[in-house]
Design a protein around this ligand. Structure first.
Ligand code: FEO
Length: 403
């Protein structure tokens, strides 16, 4: 059965919620599902803005057919050609073969590469191009690498709507709600929005900044992203998050402790440090076992906290593999501007601290605190003294950053 919602006069959300997909991009867990947002404009011309993943095709076609109410489809605008938004375009074209597909030139190329479109009618748009579909006109802007190179966004000046492609999206199904004021975004979506941003778009902070600057003076009143709720108020709240995330500025003063432990001794050091910090009044703390949680959650937490402690056992004369994987992902995703303390452990040839430091030194503005702690197999009285020094260094650095 069809299911769609009115967004504004002439504009409808006709997307689909997916609770069946286990992992986004076959990597990132989706415990709360995800929405693929598509929108339909019913003006003098009918315009579909983006499509959905192949798996959501049947529901999407029902939604589109019902929302069109017997009219034909004149245009399909594809802001982003990734298959979660474009895989069903071919299916739509089978039903509406006269529809003209509008995208960037690269977007049209990608749609052909994926075999989502064939020889049908297409139009390419570039920066500043305007298309009028009746009362409503749309200006297109290029947004390369947010999060693929072909991406465009579009702005409808009369109602102040930005169709933002992947930008301002989030993991999490909408489940009947469509607008951010219909959900408790801070409680139910914020962590997933950060996890989505940091893992999907995080590498491209400069490009996100470019997009934010480009759209700054447009007078945006609503944002229609490709995943998650539509924003029709409190836009400043989300823009502020994007400003921080895209400049790699921590959201909060706090300490994130991530440990990689084989027999519990590195874990013991990590937990003891957390206790010392809490005892000293730093309660904004989080502790994670790197082996026990999907890396996408750790990346998200790294985007949140100002101070990070990495504690790793030495493994095959190297860094514990899950910790190495995390460090490599941090580097790949361009993590910057954090203060880091290191704890290493080993029974012989202890190397993990030095090696972690080497990787961190290849990242931008990562300040590694001078005192590194070494545990030799298990904690002893000296370890407690050393941990107190580590805690004190972290607290001093936090106090310094308050000034
Ligand atoms: Fe939601 Fe980059 O696709």
């Amino acid at each position: 059965m069809y299911c769609f919602r009115k967004i504004k006069e002439d504009l409808f959300w006709i997307g689909v919620n997916d609770h069946r997909l286990d992992r986004f991009e076959n990597i990132h867990p989706l415990p709360n599902g995800v929405s693929y947002n598509a929108y339909l404009l019913l003006d003098e011309k009918t315009v579909l803005f983006d499509a959905v993943d192949w798996a959501a095709g049947p529901q999407f076609i029902e939604n589109l057919t019902a929302a069109l109410g017997g009219r034909t489809l004149d245009y399909i605008v594809i802001h982003h050609a990734e298959p979660d938004h474009a895989a069903t375009v071919g299916e739509i074209l089978l039903r509406y073969p006269e529809a003209i597909v509008i995208s960037s030139q690269k977007g049209l190329d990608f749609l052909r590469q994926f075999a989502f479109i064939g020889e049908g009618k297409t139009e390419s748009v570039k920066e500043g191009d305007v298309r009028a579909f009746g009362k409503h006109s749309f200006t297109f802007f290029q947004a390369p690498m947010v999060h693929w190179p072909e991406v465009i966004v579009s702005f409808e000046a009369e109602s102040g709507i930005l169709f933002s492609a992947d930008a301002f999206g989030t993991f999490g199904a909408l489940d009947g709600r469509v607008f951010q004021d219909e959900v408790n975004f801070e409680k139910d979506f914020m962590d997933e929005a950060r996890r989505y941003y940091s893992n999907i778009v995080g590498k491209y902070g400069v490009q996100v900044q470019n997009l934010l600057k480009k759209t700054e003076g447009l007078g945006i009143t609503s944002i229609c992203p490709l995943h998650g709720p539509v924003w029709r108020d409190s836009i400043g709240y989300y823009l502020e998050k994007y400003q921080k995330w895209s400049t790699y500025e921590p959201e909060e003063k706090g300490v994130l402790i991530i440990y990689g432990s084989m027999y519990g001794n590195t874990e013991s050091a990590a937990c003891h440090l957390a206790s010392l910090l809490s005892e000293s009044g730093m309660h904004n703390l989080a502790v994670y076992d790197v082996s026990d949680i999907h890396i996408s959650y750790l990346i998200s937490e790294i985007y949140k906290y100002s101070h990070i402690v990495l504690a790793s056992v030495t493994y095959n004369l190297g860094i514990y593999p899950p910790m190495l994987n995390l460090l490599e992902d941090m580097k790949a995703l361009n993590v910057q501007n954090r203060t880091v303390a290191l704890i290493e452990n080993g029974t012989w040839a202890i190397k993990s601290g030095t090696l972690m430091n080497e990787i961190l030194s290849g990242m931008k503005n990562m300040r590694v605190l001078e005192k590194k702690m070494t545990v030799t197999s298990s904690m002893d009285e000296q370890s407690v003294t050393d941990l107190k020094e580590i805690a004190s260094q972290i607290l001093d650095s936090l106090a310094e950053s308050e000034k």
